[in-house]
Design a protein around this ligand. Sequence first.
Ligand SMILES: NC(=O)c1ccc[n+]([C@@H]2O[C@H](COP(=O)([O-])OP(=O)(O)OC[C@H]3O[C@@H](n4cnc5c(N)ncnc54)[C@H](O)[C@@H]3O)[C@@H](O)[C@H]2O)c1
Length: 214
Amino acid sequence: MMSRVLVTGAAGFIGSHLVDALLGRGVRVVGLDRRRVGEHALADENLAEAVGSPLFTPYCLDLAVDQLDDLVAGCDTVFHLAARPGVRPSWSRESLDYTQTNVLGTHRLLEACTRQGVRRRVVASSSSVSGPADRPSRDEDPTCPVSPYGVSKLAAEQLCLAYARRADSPLSAVALRYFTVYGPRQRPDMAIDRILYRGMWPVGAAAARTLGPW
Ligand SMILES: NC(=O)c1ccc[n+]([C@@H]2O[C@H](COP(=O)([O-])OP(=O)(O)OC[C@H]3O[C@@H](n4cnc5c(N)ncnc54)[C@H](O)[C@@H]3O)[C@@H](O)[C@H]2O)c1
């Protein structure tokens, strides 16, 4: 039974669902996000259930900048979901934030975990680490990211695995390569939200009427 876990990206789409699921199992959860609860509308919306729980403690910190040791100390497991997501925006002027958050932020978190002896890490990677394919991808296919986002996610997952593979390491790491995740609280920049709610395709408007808001 886990006694205390850290979820990075806790105020985000997937992270907030993970927080709710862990709290539902009686786990004490420390949430890290650079969106501040009480000041950021999305954080308030996504964590509406969690903030009422005595098992949940949210912290507003930037992975790439702030001191992380105090937060990871005493955690059995770190679920690392904080990231700058999105393939297309990673080609924008904000491109450097992808490296800053996804690579440097992950590396800083791993160093803090090592210093504090956190034994288990689960990292959110992405299907974007694969290149274009003319058939369904397999786990063992060579990686070939074609965007700064994909490169940053591949670097993050490989850093996590490298820290766990060190001969003297008592740590384990799992990298999960998510494909398109959808459902309540989904990010508005993602295709499924745009298709359903912003009439990108004619079928989207009809489907949105049938399904109602998630
Ligand atoms: N949504 C998908 O379909 C999908 C697909 C593949 C991979 N992923 C991965 O899953 C994870 C979660 O994605 P999501 O869709 O929930 O994204 P999201 O944007 O909703 O959540 C990410 C959270 O991380 C936080 N964050 C970003 N930079 C930070 C920093 N420097 N310090 C602290 N917090 C920071 C954001 O404020 C946000 O709340 C990400 O790692 C993403 O790359 C998502």
